[in-house]
Design a protein around this ligand. Structure first.
Ligand code: HEM
Length: 493
């Protein structure tokens, strides 16, 4: 490894250039505190497969805002201090990158899209794709989002009639699959009503396989073809064929001669039509469009579904919050059952409930990065290739940024009477930060507003069993394990 653990890196041009506090590093990774580990395995055995994010947070409480854990022999720097986390996220893609395994596994699947690309390839994609998430486009997607929200309402109305407790996370996963696939490539899978469709089953297999491989300590699948890996390979072929057919058809329609241009209606069409203002020759290739359609499905589904599930958890466990949000929804929606776009924008307290849920239950509570070259984080020298974990949810739980941090207090996000509690919204990092901040934020928040507005207008939300613990489980995103909700219909609905 260039530099090595005890090397002092060269002057920090990257930081100095941007006027940051550029003290010469005084410490090395070896100087930092951290949990004791085993000789070869380091701290790996402490990481429970479903709850490893909690272990990182437990170590944070024991060792402070900057510490080191060992993944096998490799030391990894863990950062919680808000200024340092923001600085690391900001210095991408030049100084830090996403951990290499993400790109390697994506490359094997021919899907190096916005999330997994790095360096110049990422720059090009981001420049072309970011404008497709402009509010004008996101608002253009609203009618389909609203229709699909109507289906979710019907499903939960039937459950209320039957007095049945619902596995709401399952329902919300299907809801977000339907929303994301219709927004991404104009195909309404309607899994909410029809159950899993063949494409959805393939996608699920692909996502589980990617997740397994990105987290695997060794690339065993290159040597061993386990049944799950063969199923993953087959699913990938099917998904690729379908999406590439859609790309070819859309490209023909958008770029094809006389009857062009149809107004782009989906993310896929927007990507095909995307042109770089500075370099009009720069376009996304078919392979890049394919990779990014899949990336949007992957990045947009579980994250949004889990955030919505956690919101329902808080509504069910905090009747005071539910009553206040319901009062707002009734006032804003009047006789309507599902909010319009304009009404979504006026649901301020509901938006505050979402922000507070994201702060306490971020679907992605940590980000895995890697240093591209010798650098420093604060006063700590970080050698090229070293892993850096940004513990973003923990940052949002530090009392100097958010007073009374463990309490669910949506009102902290509202303007109005100044509070005596510290409140630093820039330290709420559920969507990441810097140049790679989540481009789907506005769309996700819109989905949350329309869904929560719909729910509160029609139903009262109850936890099915107040005594059953709801626990955090880390799958592709952080899930509320054991959450079951009972809906009762409101008289006015
Ligand atoms: C509540 C829902 C969501 C949460 C909590 C969330 C969270 C995140 C986070 C933490 C990142 C990493 C940011 C960073 O590295 O600084 C990210 C990246 C990304 N997200 Fe989201 N996301 C959500 C919804 C969506 C949706 C709906 C889409 C698209 C349809 C989307 C597309 C992406 C993409 C493409 C990236 C990679 C951006 C890049 O590396 O340049 N996300 N998201």
């Amino acid at each position: 490894m260039k530099g090595g653990m005890n090397a002092t890196p060269p002057a920090m041009e990257d930081a100095i250039g941007r006027g940051e506090a550029a003290a010469r590093p005084r410490r090395t990774l070896a100087d930092l505190p951290g949990p004791p580990g085993l000789p070869v395995l380091g701290n790996l055995l402490a990481l429970h497969p479903d709850r490893w994010h909690l272990e990182f947070e437990r170590w944070w409480r024991a060792h402070g805002d900057l510490f080191v854990v060992r993944m096998g022999r490799q030391p990894v720097l863990v950062v919680v201090d808000g200024e340092l986390v923001r600085d690391v996220l900001q210095r991408r893609p030049a100084v830090f990158r996403r951990v290499r395994a993400i790109e390697a596994v994506s490359r094997e699947a021919d899907m190096v899209g916005l999330f997994s690309a790095d360096g110049d390839a990422w720059r090009k994609q981001r420049q072309l794709i970011h404008p497709t998430f402009h509010p004008r486009h996101v608002e253009g997607f609203f009618p389909s989002i609203r229709d699909i929200t109507g289906r979710l309402r019907e499903l939960w109305a039937r459950a209320a009639d039957e007095r049945a407790a619902r596995d709401v996370l399952g329902d919300l996963m299907r809801y977000s699959v339907d929303v994301t696939s219709s927004v991404a490539f104009g195909r309404d899978l309607n899994t909410l009503e029809r159950g899993a469709d063949a494409l959805q089953e393939h996608l699920q297999r692909v996502f589980l396989g990617l997740n397994r491989r990105m987290l695997a300590p060794l690339p065993y699948w290159r040597y061993l073809g386990l049944p799950a890996d063969r199923a993953y390979d087959r699913a990938l072929v099917a998904v690729k064929r379908l999406i590439l057919d859609l790309v070819t058809a859309a490209r023909r329609e958008i770029e094809g001669g006389a009857d062009r241009p149809a107004r782009p209606r989906t993310l896929l069409e927007l990507m095909i039509a995307a042109r770089d203002g500075e370099d009009p020759r720069a376009r996304l290739s078919d392979a890049e469009v394919y990779a990014n359609v899949l990336t949007m499905l992957l990045a947009g589904e579980d994250t949004t579904a889990n955030t919505l599930a956690w919101i329902l958890y808080y509504l069910g466990s905090r009747p005071d919050v539910q009553a206040r949000a319901r009062e707002e929804v009734d006032r804003v929606l009047g006789g309507g059952l599902i909010p319009t776009l304009e009404q979504c924008k006026r649901l301020e307290y509901t938006a505050a409930v979402t922000q507070e849920t994201l702060r306490l239950r971020s679907a992605a509570p940590l980000l895995f990065l890697e240093a591209n070259h010798d650098t420093a984080v604060g006063d700590v020298a970080v050698p090229a290739g070293a892993g850096v974990v940004a513990l973003t949810r923990a940052t949002g739980r530090k009392p100097e940024y958010f007073g009374d941090p463990e309490s669910f207090r949506p009102e902290r996000w509202l303007g109005g009477a100044p509070s005596t509690l510290p409140h630093e919204p820039r330290m709420a990092l559920a969507f990441g930060g810097g140049p790679r901040v989540c481009p789907g934020r506005a769309m996700a928040l819109l989905e949350c507003a329309v869904t929560v507005g719909m729910v509160l207008r029609s139903f009262t939300v109850h936890l099915a069993d107040h005594t059953a613990p709801v626990q955090e489980r880390m799958a592709f995103a952080m899930q509320p394990e054991g959450l079951r909700i009972r809906f009762t219909k409101r008289a006015s609905a």
